[in-house]
Design a protein around this ligand. Structure first.
Ligand SMILES: Cc1cc2nc3c(=O)[nH]c(=O)nc-3n(C[C@H](O)[C@H](O)[C@H](O)COP(=O)(O)OP(=O)(O)OC[C@H]3O[C@@H](n4cnc5c(N)ncnc54)[C@H](O)[C@@H]3O)c2cc1C
Length: 424
């Protein structure tokens, strides 16, 4: 490319030869039709992944949909919103809230594209909340032959096609389930003992545990209570936590101005469910993330296993976040469950925000992967991980997904180094 295109955190430079921004679906179909396995294409959303998942490679072309019409259409009767793939959750949230609607959850930041987030099983928190992909009711994509395909919930291939990290096609629009707008109060507490951290995840609609794994106790508990289900402060104190007296950022030393409203003040869902405000820089910026999801029932043992690594990981760490996610049936979802397996009562996610030191982060990730492997931990598709060879074995429907790749991309125009490492 004429000048270097990098991802959000600048830990990855795209190798693609060019980036294109089609203005119509017809133009997009034309681009895909002209692509070959030697000159592939791949969708690029808002670049908030930390690895090469979006990159088609040196001979390929990145396709960004930001210039397609910015559709947001609520169908109140069917309780869905039709949304253009390249829009950010933050923009969708503002439009929904203005009409009295909501999506069930948000990730930690509203800056990410809807299609990019859905494609990697991006999640927020809440033991009863499925990840963001579970709200998809239908998706329309240009497949590898240039055809426009729509799959709806209930269609045979649907559950395999939602979380596909761009391997089946370029999604042009989605229908997402909506719920009536609701209010949320966010309160921050300090210092829960590690032994009670997993329990704390069930306190409210959405709970995040933040820790740098220092020995004494976890650092912060972010409790986001739905307006109709407030949390009694006594039940949080009973866990050993005390309310924060000042507005806090989860990363020590970073200005708290970027974080959403705290101190239990009720407000609209879209101004509380994410940790960061749309018009501010989220997180630290100069960072790399890794994350592993494993069955909720192994939470305590997994916390103990990570604590064993404290001396090795803490010097590289900015902060770690632990969240709960409900189980779902999307084949490549990191919370996928057959319904009667280890994952049936949901997933727990162990997230790590690291200093931007790629080689050291890969070493630390390998240590975590070894420590969490006994629990069947699945890496987040969009973050750094090292052991791709193990990944297909972590998904009971992986072979069925590989068959979908053959079906929708028979010419191999969406394949890249990332999918080849997975044997796709
Ligand atoms: C500060 C920060 C905070 C984060 N917080 C969270 C969090 O709370 N929870 C969580 O789970 N993750 C989190 N993430 C990770 C992030 O949500 C995911 O990596 C997500 O995939 C980013 O979407 P994107 O569009 O920015 O990514 P991109 O890198 O642009 O795209 C991601 C993937 O989606 C594909 N894709 C994009 N658009 C399309 C399309 N139109 N059709 C088909 N495929 C497409 C791409 O090919 C690529 O494979 C965070 C990341 C950052 C930087």
């Amino acid at each position: 490319m004429a000048h270097e295109e990098v991802n959000w955190s600048a830990n990855y430079a795209y190798r693609a030869a060019a980036i294109t921004r089609p203005r119509t679906v017809g133009e997009l179909q034309e681009l895909v039709t002209q692509a070959t396995d030697a000159a592939p294409v791949r969708a690029l959303g808002t670049r908030h992944t930390f690895n090469d998942v979006a990159d088609p490679g040196e001979t390929g072309m990145l396709v960004n949909l930001a210039e397609l019409p910015a559709t947001i259409e609520v169908d109140a009767e069917r309780r869905v919103v039709r949304v253009a793939a390249g829009l950010r959750y933050g923009d969708l949230a503002l439009a929904l809230a203005a009409q009295g609607w909501a999506v069930h959850n948000l990730a930690s930041l509203p800056h990410i594209s809807v299609a990019g987030a859905v494609a990697t099983a991006t999640h927020g928190s809440g033991s009863r909340n499925g990840n963001l992909s579970t709200a998809v009711a239908a998706l329309t994509f240009v497949d590898g032959t240039g055809e426009l395909v729509t799959l709806r919930r209930g269609d045979a291939d649907f559950e395999g096609a939602v979380v596909a990290f761009g391997s089946l096609g370029i999604v042009t629009e989605l229908e997402l389930d909506i719920v009536p707008g609701f209010e949320v109060a966010q309160s921050i507490y300090l210092g829960v003992p590690y032994e009670r951290a997993a329990e704390a995840l069930d306190l409210a609609y959405s709970v995040s545990v933040f820790t740098d794994w220092s020995p004494a106790s976890i650092n912060q508990l972010w409790v986001k209570a739905a307006g109709d289900a407030p949390v009694a402060e006594a039940s949080v104190r009973e866990l050993g936590a005390t309310p924060a007296l000042h507005k806090v950022h989860m990363i020590a030393g970073v200005d708290a101005a970027a974080t959403t409203e705290q101190f239990g003040v009720l407000g609209p869902w879209h101004e509380r469910l994410a940790h960061f405000k749309l018009d501010f820089q989220p997180s630290a910026g100069e960072e790399i993330q890794t994350e592993y999801l494993l069955p909720r029932r192994h939470a305590e043992a997994a916390i103990a296993a990570v604590r064993e690594l404290t001396e090795k990981i803490t010097p590289l760490l900015l902060i770690s976040e632990i969240r709960a996610i409900a189980a779902d049936s999307l084949w490549l979802s990191t919370a996928y469950s057959t319904g009667d397996d280890d994952w049936a009562d949901g997933a727990i996610a162990f997230h790590f925000t690291w200093k931007r030191e790629q080689a050291a982060v890969e070493r630390a990730s390998a240590l975590l992967e070894a420590a969490l492997a006994p629990f069947g931990a699945r890496p987040h598709w969009g973050k750094v991980y090292t052991d791709a060879a193990r990944v297909p074995g972590l998904y009971p429907r992986f072979a069925d997904f590989a068959a979908l790749v053959q079906k929708y991309d028979p010419r191999g125009v969406f394949r890249n180094a990332y999918t080849r490492r997975l044997g796709l």
